[in-house]
Design a protein around this ligand. Structure first.
Ligand code: S3P
Length: 167
């Protein structure tokens, strides 16, 4: 069975860009969980958070992950919080190999600057928020899959690093 390539990792680590690069290099289809949620809900991620709250978002995120994890031979780009639920990881791991993209909090701060569609980062002190969330989630990312450092690398270089690892 052809395994899925799953990209996980914190906001701003470049999952969507790397997914597109992998798709170009390998000719595999990409499912971006956040984009699939936005299409099915007809709302942006920020609108979903503000209208229904984070718990509701996590529920539909799990439903989308369960749906797309059953595909074969595709690339799945997840949202940064996908690692929060064990059932998400179990489903993704069942048919796929998970790569967790990493970057320093300074790089994440730079890469997420100016992006208004990250409700968890809409606060006064974004640096503190990023550090707080990263610290809490770091053990979850480490447990979820193979860590890939993205610091100073292009999406093309990161995609090739992943391609060299996949069996
Ligand atoms: C989230 C990350 C976002 C999106 C939502 C929540 C998180 O995805 O799913 O805003 O909890 O880290 P990206 O990692 O693609 O920004």
């Amino acid at each position: 069975m052809l395994k899925n390539i799953v990209l996980a990792g914190f906001m701003g680590t470049g999952k969507s860009e790397v997914a597109r690069e992998l798709s170009r290099l390998l000719g595999m289809r990409v499912f971006d969980i956040d984009r699939e949620i936005e299409t099915s809900q007809q709302k942006s991620i920020s609108e979903i958070f503000s209208c229904y709250g984070e718990d509701y978002f996590r529920q539909i995120e799990t439903a989308a992950i369960l749906k797309f994890s059953s595909e074969q031979g595709v690339i799945i780009s997840t949202g940064g919080g996908a690692v929060l639920r064990e059932e998400n990881l179990k489903a993704l791991q069942a048919h796929g190999i998970i790569f967790c993209l990493t970057a320093s909090s300074e790089t994440i701060l730079l890469r997420t600057a100016g992006n208004k569609d990250r409700p968890l980062l809409q606060c006064v002190d974004r640096q503190a928020r990023i550090t707080e969330l990263l610290t809490a989630r770091q053990p979850l990312y480490e447990k979820a899959g193979i860590m890939i450092d993205t610091e100073g690398k292009t999406p093309f270089e990161i995609a090739n690093e992943i391609i060299r690892i996949i069996p």
